[in-house]
Design a protein around this ligand. Structure first.
Ligand code: UD1
Ligand code: MG
Length: 455
């Protein structure tokens, strides 16, 4: 049976108090709706319909992917009304799964269990037992334990409010049956809304079995309504990711101070100290050690690399045996070859640093190619920008650049060259020679320091 997934995301999210539509707020670096869509996509071949209303334009532009069918719900008249906007676009012979755009951690396996009911022509409903069920729709069962209806909290009697089994909102049903029930919904209730939940009583009336799936993991069904819940889910998700990393053999000095906003592929015996933030796709080779307060984004790091405290490394490729930091900033399109060393207060952008080369202190290296076994002295700056255009600096193998040198690009320092400290190099420096630019030193014999005048 082909599957259509409906994701409800038209609500305003008033309690977020935000200019950003609620479903676009990020959890672990990806929007809430992004997580839901990603899970929906794990059902290969399913078509995905997202109902949007508040901030519809902004939500749509956040997902330019062609595989999403957007459905506008101009007025939010209830979850049943939202589903009704989509059903005309779904054929009768399909199974439908309803998801919420603000419940990001739902799992494939849980949805698959609901779907199994729908494929049998029944309804699958995801419920949970909560100690504090306030705010949720309650599951009403008869004497035989069969579900008969869902009662929204605002419509519930005092006795019904004591029920701890709640509706999570996730449901699956055959499209043809769902169409009939949704068409029969009314809004005679406390909120004056068309409740999708009333479909359950209609199905029971029609003699259709309602199967309930109960989740043991409360986080899976938690929705985000305010920023406290967003933070709580973030921590929970990060805890899960930290555990997955540790199970795969990564040492996290403190799993509560680890943030993965993307994916981590780590080799053997990787150690990550506290407050690491990993974004995008990060790959760490065997025995990599990441120091405290390090940010890594979309970066590949080879084996036996040490990144010391307080480094920011983005879109870089690092070889093996490299040492970086403390306090280094490696910017996009930088490649450090094996055994390179980059030290404190060094910024490198769009540059290649050759094998065994060292840039240990206080430098800016931009748009530069550096050969192997080069030593870049403290305070060396590549002057790559003339105010209008960027230019390249090329440094050969076995070059020694003296401290406090400015290399005014475009410029080339050839193999084996030595640049004297304090030079401003504006023309190419030949191989194997000493090149320097330096005002002659002079000493003024007998010169006296000025003394402060008496008032
Ligand atoms: C709903 C359920 C309730 C369940 C709870 C779980 C109904 C009537 N009630 O209540 O049984 O316990 O979720 O969290 O379904 N939305 C639209 N268009 C609308 C209304 C809502 O797209 O017209 C979307 C919202 O953006 C949200 C989802 O549907 O993603 C749920 O809506 P919400 O208003 O939060 O429903 P609840 O009152 O929480
Ligand atoms: Mg809600």
């Amino acid at each position: 049976m082909d599957l259509s997934i409906i994701i409800l995301a038209a609500g305003q999210g008033t309690r977020m108090r935000s200019g950003l539509p609620k479903v676009l707020h990020p959890l672990a670096g990806r929007s809430l709706l992004g997580h839901v869509i990603e899970t929906a996509r794990t059902f290969a071949g399913a078509d995905i319909h997202v109902v949007v209303g508040h901030g519809a334009g902004q939500v749509r532009t956040a997902f330019p992917d062609a595989d999403i069918h957007w459905v506008i719900q101009d007025q939010q008249l209830g979850t049943g009304h939202a589903v009704a906007q989509v059903l005309p676009g779904i054929a009768d012979d399909r199974a439908v799964v309803v998801m919420y755009g603000d419940v990001p951690l739902i799992r494939h396996a849980t949805l698959a269990a609901l779907l199994a009911d729908a494929i049998r022509g029944e309804i699958g409903l995801l419920t949970a037992e909560l100690d504090q069920p306030a705010g949720y729709g309650r599951i009403v069962r008869d004497d035989h334990g069969q579900i008969t209806a869902i009662i929204e909290e605002k419509d519930a009697s005092d006795a019904q409010r004591l029920i701890r089994e709640i509706n999570t909102g996730f449901m699956a049903a055959p499209a043809d049956r769902l169409r009939g029930w949704v068409a029969a919904l009314d809004n005679n209730n406390a909120q004056g809304e068309f409740y999708l939940t009333d479909v359950i009583a209609l199905a029971v009336r029609d003699g259709v079995k309602v199967g309930t799936v109960t989740t043991q993991d409360p986080h899976e069904i938690l929705g985000v309504n305010d920023r406290m819940q967003l933070a709580e889910l973030e921590r929970c998700y990060q805890r899960q990711q930290a555990e997955t990393c540790m199970q795969s053999g990564v040492t996290l000095i403190d799993p509560a101070r680890f943030d993965l906003r993307g994916t981590l592929q780590a080799g053997e015996d990787v150690v990550i100290d506290v407050n690491a933030v990993l974004e995008g796709e990060v790959v760490l080779g065997d025995r990599v050690a990441i120091g405290p307060n390090v940010v890594l984004r979309d970066t590949r790091i080879g084996a036996d690399v040490t990144v010391l405290a307080n480094c920011v490394i983005e879109e870089a490729t690092i070889g093996s045996g490299v040492r970086i930091g403390p306090f280094s900033r490696i910017r996009p399109e930088t490649r450090l070859a094996d055994h390179a060393h980059v030290g404190n207060f060094v910024e490198i952008k769009k540059s290649d640093v050759g094998q065994g080369s060292k840039i240990n202190h206080l430098s800016y290296i931009g748009d530069t190619t550096i050969g192997s076994s080069v030593n870049i002295g403290a305070g060396t700056i590549t002057c790559n920008y003339d105010g209008a255009n960027k230019h390249r600096t090329v440094i050969g193998n076995d070059v020694f650049i003296g401290s406090d040198t400015q290399l005014v690009a475009p410029v080339e320092v050839k193999d084996g060259a030595t640049i004297g400290a304090g030079s401003t190099i504006t023309r190419d420096a030949p191989a194997d020679e000493l090149t320097l630019s330096r005002a002659p030193q002079e000493t003024r014999k007998g010169w006296q320091r000025p003394v402060k005048k008496k008032p």
